[in-house]
Write a protein that binds this ligand. Sequence first.
Ligand SMILES: Nc1ncnc2c1ncn2[C@@H]1O[C@H](COP(=O)(O)OP(=O)(O)OP(=O)(O)O)[C@@H](O)[C@H]1O
Ligand SMILES: [Mg+2]
Length: 365
Amino acid sequence: MPEIFLKNVSKHFGRVVAVDRLDLQILSNAFVTLLGPSGCGKTTILRMIAGLETPTEGRITIGNKVVFDSDHGINLPPNKRDVGFLFQNYALWPHMTVYQNIAFGLENLKWSKNDIRSRIEELLAMLRIDQFENRYPSELSGGQQQRVAIARTLAPGPKVLFMDEPLSNLDAKLRMEMRAELKRLHRDTDSTIVYVTHDQQEAMTLSTMVCIIEKGQLQQYAPPLPMYNNPANLFVADFLGNPAMNFIDGHLTGDGVLSFAGLQARFSAFNAVTLGERDVTVGIRPEYVRIEKDGALEATVYSTLPSGMETTVKLEVNGVSLTSVVFGDVDFQVDRKVRFSFNKATVLFDRESGRTIARGALTLL
Ligand SMILES: Nc1ncnc2c1ncn2[C@@H]1O[C@H](COP(=O)(O)OP(=O)(O)OP(=O)(O)O)[C@@H](O)[C@H]1O
Ligand SMILES: [Mg+2]
């Protein structure tokens, strides 16, 4: 399977820098998600790799083929890049049935009638739209149309698949099911998938690698769980995880004593780093704020959001608000006192730059 390399790729639209000097290495068989807020440049990156948008500068290779190089005037058209693309605003052909929409590309590739029929039946069954084979797009719901578009993209079995928010029109339940199907599909086909989403949960659960972008700039490129645990900066830490990480202003003295939220703690970094005296932001994941009877600290319950499987509790400690997630069907009384402790890792960020200083454990003093 081909690997994809981007070297120093930028895209300017007039004065807007949509993508800023991006280096990215997509290994063969990877499921890479481009993740970031609206307007950060995700679609533009995908379109440049596919050949639908011309970079302002840089170099892109797919497999051992240079498909774009601004220095050497190389710019292969999309059809020479051997990739499948599912647009953010997919368009089905309105005058063709579901079957014809999917068959069209395969007919162009000179597939036999029998091969086309069996491939389409397989896809329609997988995407659970087999009963709509003879309907026209206007006779389908948005979610059903989206699944037809997915089937059409998958039909020729492209080795590299680009998908731009392919599940955005589906309801929550179907989206979950389709995520599982897409992950399965990736496993079964050996394809390299580049996937765009602004949904952090989708990125976390689907990908082998997540690429977080803000304002056209790469923030971090890592597998999902390591990125969740070791965010490179405050932006990444805040973007991953729901409910979001707690961020509390603090101060670190030269000897590793941390004061925050009216508390004093010793911070022991997991890796050897020079901490230095400075203002910091203390980052604590909600699942590491543990409400427990013999917790070392006391807080007041501000609000609770029980969902059955877990409860999100907002606590107040010395005027600072802390979010805790408690697993199970438990609830707490508002305005009551509870005891809690910090469990597992805390991340310290430099307050000024937002960069991660270290990950470590807190021991209350
Ligand atoms: N053809 C264009 N002309 C001018 N500016 C553009 C053009 N296409 C995109 N942009 C700008 O480039 C930036 C990146 O756009 P892009 O569509 O890549 O964002 P995105 O991350 O895909 O966002 P979304 O999640 O909303 O789809 C935005 O500021 C956008 O306004
Ligand atoms: Mg987009």
